[in-house]
Design a protein around this ligand. Structure first.
Ligand SMILES: Nc1nc2c(ncn2[C@@H]2O[C@H](COP(=O)(O)OP(=O)(O)OP(=O)(O)O)[C@@H](O)[C@H]2O)c(=O)[nH]1
Ligand SMILES: [Mg+2]
Ligand SMILES: [Zn+2]
Length: 302
């Protein structure tokens, strides 16, 4: 008997699927496993054959409507697909512990844009000393949806839950930012493991170790992921980097040169907008660093 399932997690060749309202553990059919190109990802819709003995085997992957890809960790050259069929990325940073890292945030956003996924930016731990509004301001100015949250005093949790309802959302951000804590706050009863920042910082460990999808009461799904120290751009050509900064778009057409890279060209409208305060300086700096990186990556290494 063949059924359709939704992949909730997959570790060591064992996949947890949601199949007609029930959780089923399945393995990959040998044939599927051999075809190394075919990867089964969290969020994938798959066809599963159910055996008499209760075993289940994934037979194939149904077409995806979106795919989140990034470069392999450690500056590797391979591509790493993270999850399929997402609607949005929730990029979480902490106001403090660990410190807010705007360059890392900008990298997450470029990866989301490059994968055609909308992004919501969350400054968590707003209960700690620090100005979450100031951290979020450049993103608000850029047209992103932003939220300050705290799993300690509940700030922003109801608003976040509202933005997630009915959608498939993937949480990303540095380790210790509070992604799993936010999922626990949004969906009571989840009881995901969360970690002590101080303890983990020494050991260099992540509390969440693989991507896991969880159903939201009332519709929608949340994907928790392990924190990233860094995220590599994948498949972003140098000329596409500027497009991944939404606030540049209105100015980009007004530069003196049609092919202006907004680096050191004269009469650059993006640079002027930065000087005029319409675009945050930190965002232009992130853009320039990412542009260099995209050039590096585009260099042939085969
Ligand atoms: N003060 C404060 N601490 C928080 C908040 N949210 C989470 N924490 C704490 O931050 C630490 C890390 O939280 P996690 O939810 O494990 O962080 P994570 O982003 O899932 O980390 P990884 O799974 O390693 O990527 C835990 O000690 C939480 O209790 C918050 O809003 N305020
Ligand atoms: Mg976690
Ligand atoms: Zn320009």
């Amino acid at each position: 008997m063949t059924k359709e399932g939704l992949v909730l997690s997959g570790v060591g060749g064992r996949y947890h699927l949601l199949c007609e309202g029930e959780t089923v553990v399945a393995s990959l059919r040998g044939r599927v496993k051999d075809r190394s190109k075919l990867k089964v990802l969290v969020g994938d819709r798959v066809t599963v054959s159910m055996q008499e003995d209760g075993g289940a085997t994934i037979e194939g992957v149904l077409p995806r409507r979106s795919l989140l890809k990034r470069r392999s960790p450690g500056g590797g050259r391979g591509v790493r697909a993270v999850a399929a069929n997402l609607d949005q990325v929730v990029a979480v940073g902490a106001v403090q512990r660990p410190d807010w890292d705007s360059f890392l945030m900008d990298r997450f956003l470029v990866v989301a844009e490059a994968n055609q996924l909308s992004a919501l930016i969350v400054a968590n731990k707003s209960d700690l000393a620090g100005d979450s509004a100031a951290l979020l301001e450049p993103y608000k100015r850029a047209g992103y949806q932003t939220l300050a949250t705290s799993t300690i005093n509940g700030e922003g949790i109801a608003a976040l839950r509202e933005k997630l309802a009915g959608h498939v959302s993937l949480f990303t951000g540095p380790t210790g930012a509070g992604k799993s804590s936010l999922l626990n706050a949004i969906q009571p009863g989840l009881s995901l493991r969360t970690g002590e920042v101080s303890r983990r910082a020494g050991a260099g460990r992540h509390t969440t170790v693989s991507a896991e999808m969880h159903a939201l009461t009332g519709g929608g799904f949340l994907v928790d992921t392990p924190g990233l120290r860094d995220i590599g751009l994948w498949g972003v050509a140098p000329e596409e980097v500027a497009d991944a900064f939404p606030e540049f778009r209105v100015y980009a057409g007004k530069c003196k040169f049609d092919n202006c890279r907004h680096v050191e060209e004269p009469k650059c409208a993006v640079k002027a907008a930065t000087e005029g305060g319409e675009i945050a300086i930190a965002r232009l700096e992130s853009y320039r660093r990412l542009l260099l990186e995209a050039h590096e990556a585009a260099r042939p290494w085969r």
